[in-house]
Design a protein around this ligand. Structure first.
Ligand code: HEM
Length: 493
C-alpha cells in the first residue's frame, strides 16, 4: 500500500511542477513577444482553396493588386497555405538574412515534386550541391570556361541559316521565331559547356530535337509540377520521366569517368562527385533546368528590347564591333585570342552588360520564397511560423523610388555599376546564403551571346515586343505570344 501512495504523490507533485513551469514560461514568452496583429489577409471565399482561383487566373498581376489594396505586408490564403508577401524593399533584409526564415524548408517540397528527390536526400545533399555549383562557376573560373563557350556559340549562330532549321525567305533573309532561335542555339552551347561536349547529343539533330521537346514541356509546366500531383499533368509527367531516364543512363556512364583533378571537371562531373549516387540523375535534371530556365528567356528579352530601341542598338554596336573585329583578325595568335575572349567575358563591354541587366530588371522572377520557422514582427505585424514568405523581384524592380520611370528600357541607369556586385534593390538572383550560384556565369553567357548576335544579324520584329504572360510567378518571365522576326546577316560578321 505504502509504495503506491508514494508513487501517486510523486506523480501529483511532478504534474504540479510541470504546470507551474509551463505557466511561467508561457507568461515570460508572452511578455517578450512583441504584441501585434497578423498581417491583413485575403482568404477568398472557398474553403481550403482560399483565393486560389482568383490568384491562379493571373498571379503576377493579382499579387500587385493585393499590395495596392492591403499595403506593404499582406497574406493570401491559397490551397491550404498562408503566403505572406513583403513588398517594401526596406524589409527585404528579413527575407534574405533573418534566422527566422529558411530557404531549404521553402523549396524542399517543390524539389520532391519536380525531380522526385526525397526529403531525406534533399537535406543530405542540398547545401553541398549549392556550394559545389557556386565554386565551379565562381568569377575566377569563368575565363577558362568562357573560351570554349564563346567558340561554341559562334559556331551555332553561324549555322542559323541552315535551310532545315528555318524557312529561308531569300539568300540572306531568314524568317524565324526569335525565342526558338535563341533556345536552339544557346541550349546546345550551354549543354556542351556545362555537361560535357556531346553528352546530350546536341550534334545529332533528331536526338537534340527530341531532348528540346521534352525539356521545353518540363520547363513550361515546371511551376505546376512543383505544386500539383503528377496525375493532373500527364504531358509534363511524361517529359519528366523521359528526362530522368535519359539522365539515369548518362550519369551511370559519367560516374565511371570523373577526372580526379577538380579543375578538369565540368559542372556535371563536379556535381556527380559530391552527390549521393542514388539521386544523381534527379539532381542532374534539376541542374539542367536551373542552368537553362532563366538565362535563355532573358537573352531572348534582351534581344527584343535592344532591337526595338534603335538608339540602344547603335550605341551597343559601337562597343561590340571593334572587339569582334579584333577577335576575327587575331584568331591565329592564340594567346592574344584567349586573352581577348576573357576580356569579353569579364566585362570589357560594359554597355552590353548594362543592356542585359536592364532586361533582367524588367523580366525578373515573379516571386522567390522562404519558410518562416520562427514568428517575427515587421511593420507592427506578427508573421507566424509556418507561413511561406514571398518577395517579388518583378514588382520590386518597378519601384519608382529605386528605378525612376520603371517601365522604360534604359540601360544607362546601370552606368555606375560596380563590376562584381549588385545594388541592394536588385534582387533578380535572390540573396543571402542560397543566392543563385550561377549568376556570374549567366551574365557571361548572355553577354557573349548578345554581343555575337547583334554583330552578326539585323533583326526586324514583325509584331513588336510581346507582352509578359501574367500566368507565371516562378522564374523569369515568358512572352504571352510568339515573336516572329526577319533576320539578315550583316557584313560585319
Ligand atoms: C538570368 C539568369 C538567372 C536568374 C535570374 C536566376 C535566378 C535565380 C534565383 C532567384 C534563384 C533562387 C535564389 C534565392 O531564392 O535567393 C536561383 C537559384 C539557382 N540558380 Fe539561378 N538564375 C539564373 C541563371 C542561372 C544559371 C545560368 C545557373 C547555372 C548555370 C543557375 C543556377 C542556379 C541554381 C543551381 C540555383 C539553386 C540554388 C540552391 O538551391 O541553393 N542560375 N537562381
Amino acid at each position: 500500500m505504502f509504495p503506491w501512495f508514494l508513487l501517486a504523490t510523486t506523480l501529483v507533485v511532478i504534474i504540479c511542477i510541470y504546470y507551474v513551469i509551463n505557466t511561467i514560461t508561457k507568461k515570460v514568452y508572452k511578455q517578450n513577444t512583441p504584441k501585434g496583429a497578423l498581417p491583413p489577409i485575403y482568404s477568398g471565399w472557398m474553403p481550403w482553396l482560399g483565393c486560389g482561383l482568383e490568384f491562379g487566373k493571373s498571379p503576377l498581376t493579382f499579387i500587385e493588386l493585393m499590395r495596392q489594396k492591403y499595403g506593404p505586408v499582406y497574406t493570401l490564403k491559397v490551397a491550404g497555405e498562408r503566403m505572406t508577401f513583403l513588398t517594401d524593399p526596406e524589409d527585404f533584409h528579413i527575407f534574405f538574412r533573418s534566422v527566422n526564415v529558411d530557404f531549404q524548408k521553402a523549396v524542399q517540397n517543390a524539389v520532391q515534386n519536380v525531380a522526385s528527390v526525397t526529403e531525406h536526400a534533399f537535406f543530405r545533399n542540398h547545401t553541398k550541391i549549392h556550394d559545389t555549383v557556386k565554386g565551379r562557376l565562381a568569377v575566377s573560373r569563368l575565363p577558362a570556361i568562357g573560351q570554349d563557350l564563346f567558340s561554341e556559340m559562334k559556331g551555332h549562330l553561324l549555322m542559323i541559316n541552315a535551310p532545315k532549321m528555318l524557312k529561308s525567305g531569300g539568300e540572306s533573309k531568314i524568317s524565324a521565331e526569335l525565342s526558338q532561335v535563341v533556345r536552339s542555339t544557346m541550349y546546345k552551347a550551354v549543354m556542351n559547356n556545362l555537361f560535357g561536349a556531346e553528352l546530350l547529343r546536341t550534334g545529332h539533330e533528331e536526338k537534340f530535337k527530341e531532348l528540346e521537346k521534352y525539356f521545353v514541356t518540363f520547363d513550361d509546366q515546371f511551376e505546376y509540377g512543383a505544386r500539383l500531383p503528377g496525375i493532373f499533368l500527364r504531358e509534363w509527367s511524361t517529359s519528366k520521366k523521359w528526362l530522368l531516364d535519359l539522365f539515369r543512363s548518362i550519369t551511370a556512364k559519367c560516374l565511371k569517368n570523373i577526372p580526379e583533378d577538380a579543375a578538369k571537371q565540368n559542372l556535371l562531373q563536379s556535381l556527380l562527385s559530391v552527390v549521393d549516387a542514388e539521386y544523381a540523375p534527379n539532381w542532374a535534371l534539376l541542374l539542367l533546368w536551373a542552368s537553362l530556365a532563366n538565362a535563355i528567356p532573358i537573352t531572348f528579352w534582351t534581344l527584343c528590347l535592344i532591337y526595338s530601341h534603335p538608339e540602344v542598338l547603335a550605341k551597343l554596336r559601337t562597343e561590340v564591333e571593334p572587339v569582334m573585329k579584333d577577335l576575327k583578325n587575331i584568331v591565329f595568335f592564340l594567346n592574344l585570342f584567349f586573352r581577348l575572349v576573357s576580356d569579353v567575358t569579364l566585362g570589357q563591354m560594359p554597355y552590353t552588360r548594362q543592356c542585359i541587366l536592364e532586361a533582367i530588371r524588367l523580366r525578373s522572377p515573379g516571386i522567390i520564397t522562404r519558410r518562416v520557422v520562427q514568428e517575427f514582427t515587421v511593420k507592427g505585424f506578427n508573421v507566424p511560423a509556418g507561413d511561406l514568405l514571398m518577395v517579388s523581384p518583378f514588382w520590386a524592380h518597378r519601384n519608382p523610388k529605386h528605378f525612376p520611370e520603371p517601365d522604360k528600357f534604359e540601360p544607362e541607369r546601370w552606368d555606375s555599376l560596380d563590376k562584381n556586385s549588385f545594388p541592394d534593390e536588385f534582387i533578380a538572383f535572390g540573396g543571402g546564403r542560397y543566392q543563385c550560384p550561377g549568376r556570374w556565369f549567366a551574365l557571361m553567357e548572355m553577354q557573349m551571346y548578345v554581343s555575337l548576335f547583334v554583330n552578326m544579324f539585323n533583326c526586324e520584329l514583325l509584331q513588336g515586343v510581346p507582352d509578359v504572360c501574367p500566368l507565371h510567378l516562378v522564374g523569369t518571365q515568358q512572352p504571352v505570344h510568339s515573336c516572329p522576326v526577319v533576320l539578315t546577316r550583316r557584313n560585319a560578321s
